[in-house]
Unconditional design. Structure first.
Ligand SMILES: [Fe+2]
Ligand SMILES: [Fe+2]
Length: 382
């Protein structure tokens, strides 16, 4: 494009005029083919030229049946509607579903098309949305699967869920931060996580891309309940509060409070199914094991620092456990970062509980690295 065009003065193309919007940041052009924030008359010629070129290109793409290129040349908020417009032209089922899948994953305004999408989801070929890797994960799922959905006060129903509690929690709070909370009716709103159980046969598709471990399913087929944190005795709650206060990273970090709470809950569930497993030690592990992290990377020896923290709490008389229990807790904390397995049921339960949460960083837990049978059996069920 000739850059002198920026000096050219001309009126905006008549096709673009209806797409000019006054927004909180100023005048914006939001046409399906041309987006321009902070639009001024100075930009008219440039936008007109872009529009003319893109219009010509999409015409050719459609003629050549290059459907994917056709869609991606459109601006993001319009891609799903363009797909729905041309979907009857795509005869190859594999092409149809893989294109739909990539638009679905990229789309931020799905709710606008919910009725049309409901229809698409009834199609018997929907599993073609999955890649080979997605199919493998789907194959490995048990008959009943625990799934999570993050939302604000409303919007609890929907087709999009996740195998990862952390991802759902993140999704529920993505629009606000600790510095800028959302206040509803005078109360700071926490994002809500609804959890549910779905039969594997009712899962429409599993999408691992972007590390979201997304599960598509009809919300009417889910047994739902609100996410419940583990119950704590008062002294354990005080330990949690102290660890939280001293935590050096953000609460929402990958190793922050959401992670501790889920590891704690996993560990207690594993303990319920494991003989000779110490419930109090595994619960304290959930709360303490990552509490002395200094960064989100490897952070060598954060386990040892957690073990030392546990020891100091014990010496201050705050941990109501025996010396033997302390030793187990210290070992579990110190070595949890080393990627080992343990024959000890308590230490094994701790490490498995942590391992089950690898989905939050996009990793599918590897069955080879589980220490307890219950930990492995509970994969995708807690
Ligand atoms: Fe850790
Ligand atoms: Fe952890």
């Amino acid at each position: 494009m000739d850059m002198n065009i920026l000096n050219k003065k001309e009126p905006l193309h008549e096709d673009l005029i209806p797409y000019l919007q006054n927004t909180s940041i100023g005048l914006c052009l939001k046409h399906p083919l041309v987006f321009n924030l902070f639009h001024t008359d100075q930009m008219n010629a440039f936008c007109n030229e872009q529009y003319k070129q893109k219009k010509e290109t999409i015409k050719n793409y459609l003629k050549e049946k290059e459907f994917s290129s056709f869609i991606w040349l459109h601006e993001r908020p319009f891609r799903m509607s363009k797909f729905l417009e041309i979907s009857d032209l795509i005869k190859d089922q594999k092409q149809y579903w893989s294109l739909f899948s990539s638009i679905w994953i990229d789309c931020e305004n799905i709710y606008q098309y919910k009725n049309l999408i409901k229809k698409i989801f009834k199609d018997k070929n929907i599993k073609l949305m999955m890649t080979k890797e997605d199919e493998k994960l789907y194959k490995d799922l048990p008959d009943e699967v625990k799934i999570f959905r993050g939302h604000q006060k409303y919007n609890k129903m929907g087709y999009s869920w996740s195998l990862s509690h952390f991802k759902a929690k993140w999704f529920s709070e993505r629009f606000y931060t600790e510095e800028l909370p959302i206040v509803t009716e005078g109360i700071v709103t926490e994002g809500i996580v609804t959890e549910g159980i779905i039969n594997k046969k009712d899962i429409l598709a599993v999408l691992k891309s972007r590390g979201e471990f997304e599960i598509l399913c009809d919300p009417m087929k889910i047994k739902k309940e609100r996410f419940k944190k583990a119950k704590r005795e008062n002294w354990i709650q005080s330990i949690f509060e102290q660890a939280r206060k001293e935590f050096a990273l953000k609460e929402k970090s990958y190793h922050g409070i959401w992670h501790w709470e889920k590891v704690e809950r996993n560990a207690l569930e594993i303990a319920n199914h494991t003989e000779l497993c110490d419930h109090i030690v595994v619960q304290l592990f959930g709360i303490l094991h990552d509490s002395k992290r200094k960064d989100e990377n490897e952070d060598l020896n954060h386990g040892l620092r957690a073990a030392n923290f546990a020891k100091s709490l014990y010496e201050e008389g705050k941990l109501l456990i025996t010396k033997k229990q302390l030793q187990k807790l210290e070992t579990a904390c110190e070595f949890h970062e080393k990627g080992e397995i343990s024959k000890d049921p308590t230490i094994g339960a701790c490490w498995d509980a942590d391992r089950l949460e690898l989905t939050r960083v996009g990793i599918t837990p590897n069955p080879k690295f589980f220490s307890t049978k219950a930990g492995l059996d509970l994969m995708w069920k807690v």
